[in-house]
Design a binder for this molecule. Sequence first.
Ligand SMILES: Cc1cc2nc3c(=O)[nH]c(=O)nc-3n(C[C@H](O)[C@H](O)[C@H](O)COP(=O)(O)O)c2cc1C
Length: 398
Amino acid sequence: MKRVILGITGGIAAYKAAEVVRGLCTRGIEVHVLMTEAATRFITPLTMQTLSGNPVVVDMFAEPRVWNVQHVAYAKRADLVLVAPATASFIGRLAAGIADDMVCATILATTAPVLIAPAMNSQMYRHPAVQANLVRLRKMGYHLIAPDVGELACGDRGEGRLADVSQIIDQVLGHLQRKADLAGKRILVTAGPTREFIDPVRFISNPSSGKMGYALAAAARDRGAQVVLVSGPTAQVPPPGVEVIQVTTTAEMLAAVLEHFPQMDVVIKAAAVVDYRPQTTAEHKMKKGSEKYVLTLERNPDILKMLGGRKGDKILVGFAAETQDLIENAREKIRAKNLDLIVANDVGQRGAGFGTDTNIASIVHRDGTIRELPLCSKLELAHHILDEVVALTGGEKD
Ligand SMILES: Cc1cc2nc3c(=O)[nH]c(=O)nc-3n(C[C@H](O)[C@H](O)[C@H](O)COP(=O)(O)O)c2cc1C
């Protein structure tokens, strides 16, 4: 039986959480409710306890009734955490990592997928602070269930109404039905750019944001894999439950990857590694000099090719960011580097490539078959890539 932790926070839509509990329970899901103090002003714990058939926790410091470690026990035993409704205040606390209520503390301690359904007045929802916090939560790998547009309890009309209960339930079921099809697999993902220093304050790099690699790490974790993420310098927030190794240069990335490679089943190289590095790095900051300055570069080791040479039965996935001859280049790269799959994306297209939240990609197989994907979020693309990986490991493809 799947177990969902439902966090209820103090918004007027809290009464709809009762319908969410009923909807989940009638589908055979075990529901445990956690409430903030403010939520109890809108709907009683007794109602939620009666509907869920389980004790409700509000006070983190109260004597536990069933499980003896409160928020950590809930966090560990959850297959999924849903917060509905999520207040502006809760969203801010979670984005800042403040764990002073049972709902936030449980989420900070869990590695289960977390779905958040915001509900508030439309001005509140549009406030830059709330929007920035929502972006932050999304980046952390939390799944947001966007509010509806419509009549609000305060009499206003606009965006901010809790998403329809049936939609919330569908999303929960969708996440729960996602198979743990990578359970027991060890996956290494690389992400972000590398940097090659000219002197202590100047370097050669590229605009890779790391979003794709971080999305892959979070998606693989959600599907049960044990994930190591080797990341170049990025502004991304490390996904909870993933071992993150921070590196700067290509040589450091190579060392980290080679160290972990023998224990891995799958390696996905989403990092944008700098191909050339300065032949020498000045010890001190270089002063301005003559009009022209010639920098001699030398090839960096090709990490993917090195892994291809010692591949064995591991699955190797590469990325090809191209601006022309996408598929031909991808096929060539598969051959040259002994890969199983290449995710080819035309970074010249709108909505694809560096720094965007979306991507347009084709997945090219070793045998030449191509799966073209529509414009989708990097998280969705991550799941498409993992579907192909699962198929290669002999598992089912969705
Ligand atoms: C009648 C009433 C309705 C409220 N509705 C909402 C709401 O829909 N969304 C919201 O973000 N805050 C709402 N608030 C404000 C929250 O209750 C307040 O920010 C509270 O501190 C949230 O606490 P919590 O996040 O710990 O549950 C409402 C307050 C009142 C008095």
